[in-house]
Design a protein around this ligand. Structure first.
Ligand SMILES: Cc1cc2nc3c(=O)[nH]c(=O)nc-3n(C[C@H](O)[C@H](O)[C@H](O)COP(=O)(O)OP(=O)(O)OC[C@H]3O[C@@H](n4cnc5c(N)ncnc54)[C@H](O)[C@@H]3O)c2cc1C
Length: 379
């Protein structure tokens, strides 16, 4: 008899596990408490004919061509180089990540080469031997003025903490650029979007006779009795009834509005604008700028602003695991992880909430392919 596998969560972690297991002859039940597949990558076409990503803009970028080869089996991926600009107090916008042009716009300077930009930033930076917090790290790299303009209000809004309370690890991801390159993910050679959207890509990934998808179904412990193994992407603290305490997340409330389409050549070339002010919003997405997101022309456009908040103020929607300078929550996660290693012989916790780490989509796919193949080799 074919072994029955339960998978909790229809995001990338669950869907990749489901597909590989089904192709290896296992019988898979995939449940999700939401009423849709795709996890946080889910998208849909709204009443303005615009494709909107329900949980914020998802841009696919990676250095790993094997992931693209695997994913391309389920839909056409089109090249897209993402651009972001910050709205400054002056009303001007400047490229992010910070590059040579950003410096010239902010300081009204006339830097002309990467060497001049690097020397300029060198003069702004505050030397520190071993920066621990995000503030110390940024001061040591870009100095106070740029830190306080681009990162202080944004971080406070995004995380609810001051830069001094945040781990340097959170801002070490932010690239710095001394030339004129203005693409957000320029460090990754491959930047794509699924031509027909993420939801269609997931539909294709889950379209296999051995995969049954059950939506609006919550995980319950007694489900485990019916399966030989469970791959579980639910929050690990929830699974263990919070016995070591909560693993907190930042969440986001999305506020969309409709505007009439502009005529002529007035469209901006970037899709996301970051706000540097002290208001509640971090950024705004103009969805129609993304390729294939203008699904049908209605003369209307959709814009979505993001207002970060605690996950408990947003119906327990968990988006970003919280990383403080003292790593207190990662220590709690380790307790849950050790408990799962010692107690569970037939459950593997997977994905963002199962392992309490921020993971980009390519990382989740990579980890999932590796995890499921190790498991298969042990059977
Ligand atoms: C605002 C935002 C923007 C992002 N932008 C990017 C980007 O530009 N590029 C990029 O690479 N990545 C981006 N990401 C990260 C990306 O969303 C994740 O890498 C990906 O969603 C992780 O997949 P996952 O399967 O681990 O988790 P999820 O997508 O969260 O899927 C987990 C699923 O499990 C379900 N579930 C949870 N608990 C239960 C339960 N008890 N019972 C049943 N089902 C349950 C949930 O409903 C959910 O659908 C972004 C994330 C956010 C929040």
């Amino acid at each position: 008899m074919r072994k029955k596998i339960l998978i909790v969560g229809a995001g990338f972690a669950g869907a990749v596990h489901a597909r590989v297991l089904a192709e290896c002859g296992y019988s898979v039940d995939l449940i999700d408490r939401r009423n849709h597949i795709g996890g946080n990558a889910y998208d849909y076409t709204d009443e303005n004919g615009i494709r909107v990503h329900a949980y914020g803009p998802h841009l696919f970028h990676t250095k790993n061509s094997k992931i693209i080869d695997w994913l391309s089996r389920f839909g056409n991926l089109v090249p897209y180089e993402h651009k972001v600009r910050a709205l400054l107090p002056s009303g001007q916008t400047a490229p992010l990540p910070i590059n040579l042009d950003t410096l010239n716009i902010v300081f009204d300077s006339n830097l002309n080469s990467p060497t001049e930009a690097a020397e300029f930033l060198g003069r702004l930076s505050v030397p520190l031997a071993a920066p621990r917090s995000a503030a110390e790290y940024l001061y040591s790299k870009i100095g106070r003025e740029l830190t306080d303009l681009f990162f202080r209000p944004y971080t406070k809004k995004m995380w609810g903490f001051d830069l001094e309370e945040m781990s340097a690890a959170v801002v070490k991801r932010i690239p710095l650029n001394f030339d004129r390159v203005d693409t957000y993910f320029y460090k990754d050679e491959i930047q794509v979007l699924p031509q027909s959207g993420y939801t269609v890509l997931f539909e294709s990934m889950l379209d296999h006779p051995s995969i049954r998808v059950h939506l609006s179904v919550m995980f319950a412990h007694d489900m485990l009795n019916d399966y030989s193994f469970c791959f579980n992407s639910m929050p690990i603290d929830e699974f263990y009834q919070y016995q070591f305490g909560d693993l907190p997340y930042r969440s986001i409330k999305f506020h969309s509005r409709t505007e009439l389409a502009t005529t002529g050549n007035t469209e901006p070339s970037w899709s996301v604008t970051n706000f540097t002010d002290l208001g509640p919003y971090t950024r705004e997405t103009a969805w129609h700028i993304l390729p294939y997101h203008l699904v049908s022309e209605t003369g209307k456009r959709t814009f979505t602003r993001e207002e970060p908040c605690d996950y408990k103020d947003n119906n327990f929607e968990r988006y970003y695991p919280v990383k403080t300078a003292d790593e207190r929550y990662q220590k709690i996660y380790q307790q849950y992880h050790q408990l799962s290693c010692s107690q569970e012989k037939s459950i593997s916790f997977i994905g963002r909430c199962g392992t309490y780490q921020y993971l980009d989509m390519d990382q989740v796919i990579n980890q999932s392919l590796a995890n499921v193949n190790v498991w298969l080799a042990q059977q």
